[in-house]
Design a protein around this ligand. Sequence first.
Ligand code: ZN
Length: 400
Amino acid sequence: MWAELLPVGRSSASGGYRRYAWTGADADCRAWFRQQAEARGLAYEVDRNGNQWAWLGDPAAGNAVVTGSHLDSVPDGGAFDGPLGVVSAFAALDELRGRGARLTRPLGIVNFGDEEGARFGLACVGSRLTAGALTVEQAHRLTDGDGVTLPQAMEAAGYDPEGIGPDPERLARIGAFVELHVEQGRALDLSGDRVGIASAIWPHGRWRFDFRGEANHAGTTRLADRRDPMPSYAETVLAARREAELAGAVATFGKIAVEPNGVNAIPSLVRGWLDSRAADQASLDTVVTAIEKAAREYAAAHGVDLTVERESFTPVVEFDHALRDELALILSSDTELRVPVLGTGAGHDAGILSGRVPTAMLFVRNPTGVSHSPAEHATEDDCVAGVSALADVLEGLART
Ligand SMILES: [Zn+2]
């Protein structure tokens, strides 16, 4: 399965993946998923929001155990974030069949669409729509860098966008959702464990900072006469770093747009996107408030106008405690495997679904912690341990 997925959407220049929602690379990933489902004799379907499902047993029976993740990527992402959960899901099913496991609940494998939000700027669009965490009106307003809206992109990819929106009937069939994911930090590496169980996802959000000044000639405009938004943006980036350190949080300006974007032109606009996350809501509020306050002071000092808009926000997600305990109990039967419980600063479809269905996550060790980069990695041994743990969990859950 890895060998087939590896070349899809891979940039030869960076070695990273560019699998954006509703593009050709996304279509290739989706074709692969369908092929895997059909090769195993699973019932394949695409829901109204473009998420792909593969079923063993009849989902209409309800109380289904579902596993899976996503196949799309961030710009120049790694091979594991997302695909590891989907590949492991199919591999775990193969393992269960090999064991001759008897499952009394329907088993589903899912590929959620547009998890990373690389194209339309909002993460987890497929699961948000399904869970009703993104309204149809909001979805219609999502636009990519070329001005293409989400419905237009879906249509161009051969999907009917008419039916997008909440899908409570589908969610009602799911008794438990377990997402396996490569760890996006070094907790497991530091503790020396192959596999972990998620406790919670930190609250996180994205804010857009627009610093507006005045375009002018870089050679002839006296420094004193400038309304240059770039220095105040730069100072804000430094403030974000400082405030995050103070609060034990993280804050990142990872995307910037400059107008007119000329080497010899003072910018008229610097637009920067802040991504910030913290272990609890109060810390996150403290960090973002402090960054915005600093940004306003810098902007005022440079005669620059500043607007700050929150583009998305996801509150803290505590995964279902009963399901988490059940996973821990199932995995404790393997005395070779110690499975710590850990929090994460990364968002996931499992977090979006957690308000609607009992949800849990398994993490597989990432020896460097690097993610959202071509250097993202997990060893084959650890991936196999992840598949085996997932198979144990699915078997344990599907017998109860
Ligand atoms: Zn992911």
